[in-house]
Ligand binder design. Structure first.
Ligand SMILES: [Zn+2]
Length: 207
């Protein structure tokens, strides 16, 4: 799975919850069934019931996306990962809302605290959706080039003052689509990643 700068990675004990929630998202249930199953999946987080409810409502607000039929390896992997990323987002959102409930001021109701927590949440949601869009675009581009060059592709970074260390390091190296590098694929290393896949350089493999 590609690295990710939008949401902190879930810690070890949350991983099972993320997997359970991702399975619910992948199952293609009706809205009502999905909400009930998602509530059950998030239960082990032991958060305030209102926080779980709000996170499940957020999930329902995200339109089910029907990307075009995945044709290449990168796009198939992206579709598998997309549910996991969304589940991470929802676990993190539930935790943020829970914190807002727990730290609310005296006299503030739980409903007020949830409402207040949901304001910044729409920004996080937009970031999550933008990152997903970015990963999908990357997968399409990588598959397109793999159809031309095969499994081994070159990594091309735009090198200027805002290039990150990871992307700068990857530039000029090759990578295998069948065994993507630790930092992910070119174009989705971080939210402003301008890297592109291209003709293989014939240099060392990036692992
Ligand atoms: Zn990059």
């Amino acid at each position: 799975m590609a690295s990710h700068d939008q949401e902190p990675q879930p810690d070890r004990r949350d991983r099972r919850v993320v997997e359970a929630a991702a399975a619910v998202l992948a199952a293609g249930l009706t809205a009502t069934a999905a909400a009930a199953a998602l509530r059950r999946a998030l239960q082990p987080l032991r958060l305030a019931a209102a926080a779980i409810r709000a996170a499940v409502d957020l999930a329902a607000r995200i339109l089910p996306d029907r990307p075009p039929r995945a044709t290449g390896r990168a796009q198939r992997q992206d579709r598998r990962d997309a549910h996991k990323y969304r589940a991470w987002y929802l676990v993190n959102a539930a935790r943020r809302i829970h914190t807002a409930i727990k730290t609310r001021s005296r006299g503030e109701t739980v409903a007020d605290a949830v409402r207040k927590a949901l304001r910044p949440e729409s920004r996080y949601l937009r970031q999550h959706l933008a990152a997903q869009q970015n990963r999908r675009r990357t997968a399409i581009e990588v598959d397109r080039l793999a159809a031309i060059y095969g499994d081994r592709l070159g990594w091309y970074a735009v090198r200027d003052g805002s290039t990150t260390a990871d992307c700068r390091h990857a530039h000029g190296r090759d990578f295998l689509l069948s065994k993507p590098p630790r930092i992910g694929l070119p174009g989705s290393v971080h939210s402003r990643c301008r890297c592109r896949p291209g003709r293989p350089w014939g240099t060392r493999l990036l692992t």
